[in-house]
Write a protein that binds this ligand. Structure first.
Ligand SMILES: [Zn+2]
Length: 1042
C-alpha cells in the first residue's frame, strides 16, 4: 500500500532556478535552433558543478556569474552528458559560492524535431493548396529539456521570460501576451513575451506559424477584468472554432466563480495544431489541441460535440488544478487528471443537462474497468522514477479510474461539500505543489470524515471488487466482495484485498439508494428478494455486481418502466458482459439479457449494447462462418428494428440523441449485413460521391455509410473514391473519418494498400493509428497488420520510439485482438529478444488480454452455439463442422492458424476450461468434464467463493488436446512469472527509494554526486541523435516495403 513518493531521478535541491530568460532562434534551413538561456539561480552549498536536465542539446558555452559581485564570473570547462538520466553536468574550475544572485548563461544548439514532443515542426496545406510550415512545443511530461537546459521537474517552479525569432508575418504565441515586437533586417522578427507567473517547466509553450483566429471576452464578473479568449486555427478554418470558443469563455467564468480565484493570466489562447500527439495539452494560457479536438463545423456530428466539450473544459480546469496548483511529482499525475476529468463532466452537465453526460461517463469507464481487471494493471497512485515510466503512466488508469474514484467520493461526500473542499485545497496550495494526501487531508477537514482511509484503498490497491449476491431466503441476502480478474483465475493469495464499498442499494419499494458502506468481506442485508433490488444505484461506484439469474430477470423486466435510468441499465449490461468474459457467468446469460433491450429507446444504452456485442464478435471472429453469421443475425435483428422506426432522414431540430441513435443503428445493422440497409447505404454513397450531395449523406451518416460500403465491396472503385475524398476535404474530422474506414476492407489487396497508405507521407504521424486501428475488424486485416509490424519493426522503432504513445499503441493495435494460442506464442517469441522497456506495460496487458480471449473462447464457444441453436439463430442444417473458417480466413490466414482455429471446433471440445462451477458447467454437455478425464491441474481459487473451481480438463483421446492444455497452463505460468518479476522490480525500486530517503535525512551524500569527469564511464547512446542522424531518419519514412 505504500507508494514511494520520492523518485530516484530528482535533481539536487541545493541549486534552484528562480527565473529563466530564454531566447530561441530557429534556423529556417536545417531544422535546428540556437538557444540562449540565462537562468537566475540560488546556490545553497558551495559547488564546482551544476547538474540540470537537457536532452539532445549541444552545449556551446556555459558561464556562471554573480550579478551582485560585479565581474565575478566562472566559465565551465567541461560538460558531461548523461544520456540515460537526461542530464548534463557543467564543471567549473572555481567554486560557485553560496548566494542568491547567480546567473547561469548557456548557449546551445538544439533540434526542431518531428517527434511531436519538445520543440517540433509541422506542416499543413490550406484550401488554396498553399503549404504552411509551423513549429510548436509539447513539454509534458519531460520534454522541456529538449528545448532548453532546465530543472525539468514539476515541483521546481520558476518564472519565464521568452523571446522568439520568426519570419516576419508569422503568428508567434506563448503563455503570456506579447510585450514587444521588433522587425529585424534579415526578414525576421523578434517577439518578446511578458514574464510568466511562477510555474512548472512542462507548462511553458510556444507556437510559431500561420494562423487565423476568432476571439471573445469573458464578462469580467469574476475576474475584475475581462479575459480575452482566442481560438487559433490553420488558415481558413477559424470559423470552425466558434463552438470551442464559446465553451472556453463559459468555463473560464465557471471556474473563476467556483474556485473564487480569477483566471490568473492576461489571456487564454486555444490553438489547433495540425500535428499533435495527445488530444490536448493544458499549457498555461496557451492550450494546444489536435485540430479535431478543437475545431468543428456547424454540421459536425453530435457525439463530437460531447468530446470537444469534455476536452476543452478539462484543459481549462487544469488552468487552476494542474497549473496554479501542480502535482508534486508525476506519481500524483492521476489526481490532477482525475479532477480535471471529473470537473469537466460536472460543468458539461450544468451547461447541457439534456446530454445525460453521466450515463456517458458510465459508458466511458468501461475501458478502464476492463484494463483494471487484468493482473498487469497498476494502482492509480504509482511510483515513477524515470522518463519512460512517466510516459507509460499516462493511461486510462490515471485518467479514468482517477476520475471514477473521485466521482465515488463525490457521491459519498455530496457534490457541494466536495467542491467546497476543492476550493479550499486550491487556496491552500496555489502557486505551489501538492500531493494526493494533501487533498484527502483538506477534504477530511472540510467534511469531517475519514477521506484518506476511504480513498487510499481505492488509489493504492490495483483492481477493484466484484460483489457476488447469494439469496439466503425471501428477505435476506449475503453480499461478498472478491477481487475481480477478467481472466477469472483468482488465486487464494490474491484475494486478500478489501475495499470500502459504498453499496448504493435501491429496492422496488424504496428506489432511493441507501448509502451503506461495506468494509468487510461479507455482509448480510435485509432485502425483499421476491422483487427487484439493485446495488450501485446511479453507477457511481467503481465495482461490478453479480446477481442471481432470477434477480437479473427481475431487473430486466423493469426496463421500459422508468425505474432504472439509462446509467443503471448501462451498468447492468456492462457488468454482465464483463462477468461472462471472465467466466463468472456463461456467455449465454449475456445473450439472454439482450432481449430486454429490444424496446430500448436511449441512445447511450444502445451505444453500449453495440460495443459489448462488438467485443463478443471480435473474440469470436475466427470461429466458423455459421456461428459468426448467427451472431451477426442477433445483432441485425436488434438494430434493424431501430432503423425501421427512425428512418434515414434527419428532421430539423431533432433531439441530438436521436441523431446519434440513428447513426449507430444504421452502422450496426449494416455491419451485420442487413440487405436493405446495405443497399440504401450504397445508393447514398454513390449520390454523395457523384456530386458531393450532402443531403444524401449528412455528416452523422458519413462514417456508418462509408464503413458499410467498404465492408461490402471487394472492388477498388469505392475504396479509391474514399481515398480521393480524404485528399480533397480540408475538414480535419472528415479526413479522420475517411482514413479510418479504409481498414474495414477484408480484401487482401486493399488491406495492403491501407497499410501502405497509412505509412505514406500523405498521412500525418498522429493519424497513422486511426488508419490502422480498423484493420483489426477482419481476419485478413489482423494477420496483415501483425505481419507488417514484425517485418518493419526496426524502422518503426527507429522512427517512432520517441513519439509519445505511438509505439505502444502500435503494438496494442497489432496484437490485442488475437484469440488463439498460436498468435499468443508468436507474440511472445517476437518480443522475447527486444528491448521492450518503452512499452512493456502495454505488451504485458495485451498478452494478458489475449490469454483472456483464449480462455473465454475455450470455455464458452459451445455455450454460445447452444444458445444460438435453442433461440433459432442457428438451424440444424448449418453445420459448424465444415472446417470452413470465418470470413476471409481461407484467403489470407496462414494454414497453421487455420488449422488451430477450426481444429478446436472440428475435433470437438477436446479441452474445456470450466469456470462456471462444477454443478452448472458450461451449458453444453460436451464441455463439462465427464468420466475418464485426465485431470491436469486443479485448485486455482476462483472469485465465486465456495463451490467453484477453475480447472483444465483433458479427454485423454488425442495428443492435440493434451498439447493445448499444456500450452494453456504455460500461459498461466508465464503470467505468474511476469507478475513476480513486476513485484520484484517494484520492491527493489521501493527499497532504493527508502535508502535514498534515509541518505537524504542523514546528509551523508545526496545522489548525483558521483560526477563523471571521465568520458569513458559516461552512458553512451549507441547512436546519438545528431542533426545528420535526424535527417537520415527522416529519409527513412519511405522505407516500407510491401
Ligand atoms: Zn489533463
Amino acid at each position: 500500500m505504500t507508494v514511494p513518493k520520492r523518485p530516484s531521478l530528482t535533481l539536487q535541491r541545493s541549486i534552484i532556478p528562480v527565473h529563466y530568460n530564454l531566447k530561441i532562434v530557429p534556423c529556417p534551413v536545417n531544422f535546428s535552433f540556437l538557444g540562449e538561456c540565462s537562468i537566475e539561480l540560488c546556490i545553497a552549498e558551495p559547488t564546482f558543478s551544476i547538474t540540470l536536465n537537457a536532452k539532445e542539446l549541444n552545449i556551446q558555452t556555459a558561464t556562471a556569474r554573480d550579478h551582485l559581485l560585479n565581474g565575478y564570473s566562472v566559465t565551465a570547462t567541461s560538460v558531461s552528458y548523461n544520456v540515460e538520466e537526461e542530464t548534463i553536468a557543467l564543471e567549473f574550475p572555481q567554486v560557485l559560492h553560496v548566494g542568491s544572485s547567480w546567473i547561469l548563461d548557456v548557449t546551445y544548439i538544439g533540434l526542431v524535431n518531428d517527434k511531436l514532443n519538445g520543440f517540433y515542426r509541422s506542416v499543413y496545406t490550406d484550401a488554396d493548396n498553399n503549404v504552411h510550415q509551423l513549429t510548436t512545443t509539447q513539454f509534458q511530461s519531460t520534454h522541456a529539456r529538449r528545448a532548453f537546459p532546465c530543472w525539468d521537474e514539476p515541483a521546481i517552479k520558476a518564472t519565464f521570460s521568452l523571446t522568439l525569432q520568426a519570419p516576419q508575418g508569422m503568428t508567434c504565441l506563448s503563455n503570456m501576451s506579447v510585450r514587444s515586437r521588433t522587425l529585424l533586417e534579415n526578414g525576421m522578427q523578434e517577439v518578446s513575451f511578458l514574464k510568466t507567473p511562477i510555474m512548472s517547466t512542462y507548462l511553458l509553450a510556444w507556437v510559431i506559424g500561420d494562423f487565423d483566429y476568432i476571439e471573445a471576452y469573458t464578462s469580467g464578473e469574476f475576474n475584475g477584468e475581462r479575459i480575452r479568449c482566442r481560438v487559433y486555427a490553420p488558415v481558413g478554418l477559424a470559423d470552425q472554432g466558434h463552438y470551442s470558443l464559446d465553451l472556453a469563455v463559459k468555463s473560464v467564468e465557471y471556474f473563476s466563480r467556483l474556485f473564487n480565484i480569477p483566471y490568473p493570466l492576461p489571456k487564454l489562447d486555444l490553438v489547433a495544431v495540425p500535428d499533435f500527439a495527445p488530444g490536448a495539452m493544458e499549457n498555461w494560457g496557451l492550450i494546444t489541441f489536435r485540430t479535431y479536438a478543437l475545431l468543428m463545423d456547424e454540421y459536425g456530428p453530435q457525439d463530437r460535440k460531447h468530446e470537444i466539450a469534455a476536452t476543452v473544459i478539462h484543459e481549462i480546469a487544469h488552468q487552476w488544478l494542474g497549473n496554479l496548483v501542480t502535482m508534486e511529482w508525476w506519481s500524483d499525475l492521476w489526481l490532477f487528471e482525475g479532477i480535471a476529468t471529473h470537473l469537466a463532466y460536472i460543468v458539461v452537465d450544468e451547461l447541457f443537462p439534456r446530454w445525460d453526460i453521466w450515463s456517458e461517463f458510465v459508458k466511458r469507464i468501461q475501458e478502464v474497468l476492463k484494463h483494471d481487471s487484468l493482473r498487469t494493471s497498476h494502482p492509480v497512485e504509482v511510483g515513477v522514477a524515470n522518463p519512460t515510466e512517466i510516459t507509460q503512466i499516462f493511461d486510462e488508469v490515471s485518467y479514468m479510474k482517477g476520475a471514477s474514484v473521485l466521482r465515488m467520493l463525490n457521491a459519498w461526500l455530496g457534490q457541494d461539500q466536495m467542491l467546497l473542499g476543492l476550493r479550499k485545497f486550491i487556496h491552500k496550495y496555489m502557486w505551489s505543489n501538492a500531493n494526493t494526501e494533501d487533498l484527502w487531508v483538506t477534504l477530511a477537514e472540510e467534511c469531517q470524515v475519514d477521506v484518506p482511509g476511504f480513498m487510499s484503498r481505492w488509489t493504492r490497491q490495483t483492481g477493484y471488487p466484484v460483489l457476488s449476491i447469494t439469496e439466503l431466503d425471501d428477505s435476506s441476502i449475503l453480499v461478498r466482495q472478491n477481487i475481480f480478474l477478467s481472466t477469472g483465475d483468482v488465486r487464494e493469495e490474491e484475494d486478500t484485498l478489501l475495499w470500502p464499498v459504498p453499496l448504493g442499494l435501491a429496492t422496488a419499494s424504496d428506489p432511493t439508494p441507501r448509502n451503506i458502506m461495506m468494509d468487510t468481506k461479507e455482509m448480510v442485508l435485509k432485502v425483499d428478494t421476491t422483487r427487484w433490488y439493485k446495488f450501485n444505484m446511479g453507477q457511481t461506484g467503481f465495482y461490478r455486481v453479480s446477481y442471481p439469474s432470477k434477480t437479473l430477470d427481475l431487473l430486466g423486466q423493469t426496463f421500459g418502466t422508468g425505474q432504472l435510468n439509462a446509467a443503471n441499465r448501462v451498468g447492468l449490461l456492462t457488468d454482465v458482459a464483463a462477468l461472462v468474459a471472465s467466466g463468472i457467468a456463461p456467455t449465454s446469460s449475456f445473450l439472454t439479457l439482450l432481449k430486454y433491450f429490444e424496446d430500448e429507446q436511449d441512445y447511450m444504452v444502445w451505444a453500449e449494447v453495440s460495443l459489448r456485442l462488438h467485443e463478443l464478435l471480435a473474440v469470436w471472429l475466427e470461429q466458423p462462418e455459421p456461428i459468426m453469421n448467427a451472431l451477426k443475425e442477433v445483432q441485425r435483428r436488434l438494430f434493424t428494428k431501430i432503423v425501421k422506426r427512425l428512418g434515414w432522414e434527419f428532421p430539423e431540430g431533432e433531439d441530438p440523441s436521436t441523431v446519434n441513435l440513428r447513426a449507430v443503428a444504421i452502422r450496426y445493422a449494416g455491419r451485420a449485413g442487413d440487405p436493405e440497409i446495405v443497399a440504401e447505404a450504397r445508393r447514398r454513397f454513390n449520390a454523395f460521391m457523384k456530386d458531393r450531395d450532402v443531403s444524401a449523406l449528412p455528416p452523422d451518416l458519413r462514417f456508418p455509410v462509408f464503413e458499410i460500403v467498404i465492408r461490402t465491396t471487394q472492388g477498388v472503385e469505392e475504396y479509391e473514391e474514399i481515398v480521393n475524398y480524404y485528399r480533397e476535404t480540408f475538414i480535419p474530422a472528415e479526413k479522420v473519418v475517411a482514413l479510418s474506414v479504409l481498414g474495414y476492407s477484408s480484401s487482401l489487396e486493399l488491406v495492403r494498400r491501407t497499410l501502405a497508405f497509412a505509412m505514406s507521407p500523405e498521412v500525418r504521424t498522429q493519424d497513422i493509428l486511426s488508419a490502422i486501428a480498423t484493420l483489426r475488424s477482419s481476419v485478413v486485416g489482423r494477420a496483415e497488420l501483425w505481419n507488417f509490424m514484425r517485418h518493419h519493426w526496426d524502422v518503426l522503432y527507429e522512427r517512432h520510439c520517441a513519439d509519445i504513445g505511438f509505439l505502444d499503441y502500435f503494438v496494442l493495435l497489432s496484437i490485442e485482438s488475437f484469440s488463439t494460442l498460436e498468435r499468443y506464442q508468436e507474440v511472445q517469441a517476437f518480443f522475447a529478444n527486444k528491448d521492450t522497456s518503452a512499452y512493456d506495460r502495454i505488451l504485458a496487458t495485451c498478452l494478458e488480454g489475449i490469454r483472456m480471449n483464449i480462455l473465454w473462447l475455450e470455455r464458452d464457444c459451445k455455450d454460445v452455439e447452444q444458445w444460438l441453436r435453442v433461440n433459432g439463430y442457428l438451424t440444424e442444417s448449418a453445420s459448424t463442422d465444415s472446417g470452413k473458417g470465418a470470413e476471409g480466413l481461407s484467403s489470407a490466414a496462414d494454414p497453421a492458424s487455420k488449422a488451430i482455429s477450426s481444429g478446436s471446433v472440428n475435433g470437438g471440445p477436446n479441452l474445456a476450461v470450466n469456470m462456471h462451477g462444477t454443478s452448472s458447467g458450461a451449458s453444453s454437455g460436451t464441455s463439462t468434464p465427464s468420466n475418464g478425464l485426465q485431470f491436469l491441474q486443479a485448485g486455482i481459487y476462483s472469485q465465486h467463493g465456495t463451490n467453484v473451481r477453475s480447472q483444465v480438463y483433458l479427454d485423454g483421446n488425442g495428443q492435440a488436446s493434451e498439447e493445448q492444455a499444456r500450452q494453456l497452463l504455460q500461459l498461466q505460468q508465464d503470467q505468474q512469472r511476469h507478475e513476480l518479476r513486476m513485484q520484484r522490480e517494484y520492491q527493489l525500486q521501493h527499497q532504493q527509494q527508502q535508502l535514498q530517503l534515509q541518505d537524504e535525512h542523514g546528509h551523508s551524500h545526496g545522489h548525483g554526486h558521483s560526477l563523471n569527469f571521465d568520458h569513458g564511464s559516461r552512458q553512451q547512446d549507441a547512436r546519438p541523435r545528431t542533426l545528420e542522424r535526424e535527417m537520415e531518419l527522416l529519409s527513412m519514412s519511405g522505407d516500407y516495403e510491401f
